[in-house]
Each structure stands twice: as structure tokens, then as C-alpha cells.
Design a protein around this ligand. Sequence first.
Ligand code: ATP
Length: 152
Amino acid sequence: MALPTVIDLQIVTPDRLIVREQVDEVQLPGSEGYFGVLPGHTPLLASLAVGEMWYRKGPEKTFLSIAGGFAEVLPDRVTLLATLAERAEDIDAGRAESAKQRAEQRLAQPDGEIDYERARLALQKSIIRIQVSVRVTGTRVGELKRMRDARA
Ligand code: ATP
């Protein structure tokens, strides 16, 4: 049987379908660490951590923030049932910055006064959202540079 050459990627949250695309490569934030998937990958199920994911279609990478859920990897398909998933361009960086400051203030309080795990998770999510939101800028900078180079 011929090996698949592309991956049918689906990212679903409890609210909606976020992504349905044929892609060349995917990188996911597994709870045991980041891992990459190319067409023909061995089937596996993985739980997802709070982290950044990307998928690549030709030279273009698209970034999303992920917070929990599961991924099913098959040789020709990757399906994410994500608790939270946001495309870089949908992230409000200012909101994430405020959430980060709130979480840092909570974590700075003396022991026993806060839900430590909840504050730690809020901090992690805000850091990842800020990180992923900058990827949009990075992409735009890259686009502008390519346009400039094309004109030169
Ligand atoms: P906040 O403290 O700013 O409300 P939160 O971490 O409590 O953030 P979540 O419970 O993680 O928010 O998410 C609630 C909803 O808001 C989800 O649909 C999530 O995608 C969205 N969301 C949260 N923060 C952002 C952000 N910075 N930009 C865009 N959407 C966000």
C-alpha cells in the first residue's frame, strides 16, 4: 500500500471546528512533550498539554495555542479534540497580558490563600497565548520582507 503524502488535519473544540485542512506536517504539545507528525506516522493517541502547536502547508506555518484535550494520530489523519484552541490571529494579546499579570499576582500570595493549580494553569495559558500571538507578527514581518525582497 502506498504511503500517504499528506495529513488530513482536524482541530475541534467543544464549541466548534477550528481547522480542517490537508497539511504536510504537524507539531503538537503532548503532555509528555512536543512531538512532530509527518504523513505515514505510526498510529497513536496522546493527551495534550498547554502549549503551542503548528501545522505546515508547503512553506507556510500556522500557529495555534492549545490547552488540553486529546490527539488521535493515524498515518493519513490527525484529529485534535482540544479543550481550548485559538488561532494566532484570534488571540487578544492585551487580554492574555492582563491574565498573566493576575495569575502572577495570585501566585505571589502566601501559601494556602489561592488555588495554586488553577493559578499555575492560568499563567501557563496566558504565556502560551502571548507567545502564539507574536507568531502573527512574525509571519507578517516575514511577508513584508518577502514583498520587499521581491521588489528589489
Ligand atoms: P481571561 O482570564 O482573560 O478571561 P481565561 O484564561 O480565563 O482568560 P479561558 O477560560 O482559558 O480564559 O477561555 C475562555 C474563552 O475565552 C475561550 O473560548 C478562549 O478561547 C477565550 N480566550 C481566553 N483568553 C483569550 C485571549 N487572550 N484571546 C482570545 N481568546 C481568548
